[in-house]
Design a protein around this ligand. Sequence first.
Ligand code: AKB
Length: 341
Amino acid sequence: MRQKIILVTGANGEIGQELIKTLAQNKSKKIIALDLQPIENTIINLVYDKFIGNILDQNLLEQISSTYEIEEIYHLAALLSTRSEFSPHMAHEVNVTGTLNMLTLSVNQAKSQGKAIKFFFPSSIAVYGFRNKETKIQAGAITESEYCSPITMYGCNKLYCENLGHYYSHHYHQLSKDFEHNLIDFRSIRFSGLISTLTEPQGGTSDYIPQMLHAAARGETYNCFVQNNTRMPFMLMSDAINSIISLMDSPIDYIKSQVYHLSTFNPTPEEFYNCLIQYFPDFKINYEINPKRQEMVNSWPLDLNCERAIAEWKWNPQYNLETAFREYLIPRIKKQYDTKG
Ligand code: AKB
């Protein structure tokens, strides 16, 4: 018999590391970590097994699938928005073909087990696209069905993969004799910018807020690549991880929409800076605007209407901007850098 496991791809990533730490607290769950690089020391002792390789490597995926009985997949491996603009073809391969491979693996696992596989897919607010500031301001806090017209390769990839997830859940092989309903229980969250105190993001366009936090804690001046009045949705990594667990643990009859967006606050760089200097009074920020990255962030919404997640699976974040600083960001970031010395 194959060992029952949970598979996490992109295990070394910002979400991957913190998700594995949370999943590992449930001792009954055995976790398999897959990443391009050797699994980080921060999580290596929390996983049952580990694979170093590419989600485009069919032989590797076949090896994992033949060895283990996969009950849940958290498919986190991806190229983020800025990096995807420098390598759009590679972004499509990793973000789309990689996801297609994981969905096909899931269907095959579901057929061999005779039950649905739970599949978590991290989408992004990059699926939204505003063409001008006036429309964006008038729209305010948008719902999931509005303005899904991305202007980035990453956003295009994520929106298409959401639709792939729906297809694989309900219509895969619909003309074939082996057609079966609901082989995959696909669930997805469109994340806003995420702020982690343990890791600093690279390759994203929302990186400027978390990078500002880490620079302040290191006593460094931060060169911000967007304008001081740029506003977009963010949330703490801890609230993001809790939302993944909450969504995936919800009974399937709660999950009517499969795709949800989440955020808890939407500070400008100036507002975030004004919070930081209450704790790091010597912190300095410069503005070195990158017009193209500014244009990407400008295409994203000001705010999100999160009523769908609240109504369907009782989403309940822990922090607003004030409590995030006082109770979470500052105590942890100071400990993180004091530890580093
Ligand atoms: C990025 O900046 O690319 C991501 C995102 C907004 O999904 N953090």
